[in-house]
Design a protein around this ligand. Structure first.
Ligand SMILES: Nc1ncnc2c1ncn2[C@@H]1O[C@H](COP(=O)(O)OP(=O)(O)OP(=O)(O)O)[C@@H](O)[C@H]1O
Ligand SMILES: [Mg+2]
Length: 360
């Protein structure tokens, strides 16, 4: 099922009469295609949960419309919407065993015992809980509890699956495993899904598309790759992975000058006029680093300030005259040469990895 949101706004009134209240969600437009998994990503308080709760029907919009397929659902209660909401694992019933937790919604619907049993078999199989039917929640690991919550949601065969930080109770390793499982299950069942997280790596790994939110508004929507390579502004650039900001000046013919060097950013400088200031990003792994000398002969000579060995990469902090301090990542540190603090290096910025932002 396709989800469409038009001009959706939610204002919470405050108790103080003088105060105009909190605009939790501000004029949001969103389109989620059939079978797609779209993630709402943003810092705490940016309105992710409020938006999700309006989609589920737990919160009334102040203005705007929500469509499931062609049908406007604003006036339908949550139980009339055929959606299920999965949140952290604590949401399962502590006094019911695994089987009864998962079958709960089907029993409420008063389905025949035989149908319940068939659906249960399939769901237990899908989430890998076969054999654990009689356990109490307290006898399950965090990951298993999360699977119960997941099975309880999918057994209802919702048209729309909603997730609100479902993995926040789990440790880092299990979170990584579970997000792969959730993604695989979602793809297999083809259920249109909206997933909320403030963890950018979770958003990147699980989503077809990511919606970056800030203060109730959408900053940018795109595939994980688009957002990483072509963030629209500083907020998105800094929220998705690490990034360096460089200051440049626009020249004629899509050229930009950074310090004294000119780069040709073919076709990517259309918004700018000669003389404009331009904010340019480059990712830490895109900057090339080579042995330098005390004479500082290259275009961008630098000196290593800090070296941090992180296993798969080495992270350098490099000082270079006329530039802000830069973070640089180099791979293959096990066999490669590692620069130490105080060493002289030369930096270079491959032209196609320089990306101008809309804001300055
Ligand atoms: N019932 C409410 N009454 C008043 N203000 C609320 C209510 N619910 C949320 N808010 C406010 O709306 C804003 C958005 O809250 P929301 O819970 O949607 O954020 P979030 O992005 O889910 O944050 P988090 O990552 O911390 O869960 C916040 O400023 C919050 O304080
Ligand atoms: Mg929230």
């Amino acid at each position: 099922m396709e989800l469409r949101i038009k001009g959706l706004t939610k204002t919470f009134q405050s108790f103080d009469q003088e105060d105009s209240g909190v605009i939790a969600v501000n004029n949001v437009d969103l389109h989620v295609c059939e079978g797609e998994l779209v993630t709402l990503l943003g810092p705490s308080g940016c309105g992710k949960t409020t938006l999700l709760r309006m989609i589920a029907g737990f919160e009334d919009p102040t203005s705007g419309d929500i469509f499931f397929g062609k049908k406007r659902v604003n006036d339908l209660g949550p139980n009339k919407r055929n959606t299920t909401l999965v949140f952290q694992s604590y949401a399962i019933f502590p006094h019911l065993n695994v089987y009864e937790n998962i079958a709960f919604g089907l029993r409420l619907k008063k389905l025949p015992q035989k149908t319940i049993h068939e659906k249960m078999e399939l769901s237990l199989e899908l989430v890998g809980l076969k054999g654990l039917e009689n356990r109490q929640p307290s006898q399950l690991s965090g990951g298993q509890q999360q699977r119960v919550a997941l099975a309880r949601a999918i057994i209802m065969e919702p048209e729309l699956l909603l997730f609100d930080e479902p993995l926040s109770n789990l440790d880092a390793k299990l979170r990584e495993q579970m997000r792969i499982e959730i993604r695989a299950l979602q793809k297999r069942l083809g259920i249109t899904s909206v997933y909320v997280t403030h963890d950018q790596s979770e958003a990147m790994s699980i989503s077809d598309r990511v919606v970056v939110m800030n203060r109730g508004k959408i900053e940018q929507t795109g595939t994980p790759r688009e957002l990483y390579a072509r963030p629209r502004n500083s907020f998105v650039a800094a929220f998705i992975g690490k990034v360096n900001f460089l200051q440049g000046e626009a020249l004629e013919n899509s050229a930009v000058r950074i310090k004294n060097k000119t780069f040709d950013l073919e076709g990517r400088m259309d918004r700018f006029h000669p003389g404009d200031k331009v904010r340019i990003t480059i990712r830490p792994e895109a900057i090339a680093l080579s042995q330098g000398s005390e004479e500082e002969a290259g275009d961008f000579p630098g000196e290593i300030e800090r070296t941090t060995f992180l296993g798969n990469i080495v992270e350098y902090e490099v000082r270079s005259k006329g530039l802000p301090n830069l973070t640089i990542h180099m791979t293959n540190p096990v066999t490669g040469r590692i620069f130490n603090p105080g060493e002289h290096v030369d930096l270079s910025f491959p032209t196609d990895t320089l990306h101008p932002l809309e804001d300055i």
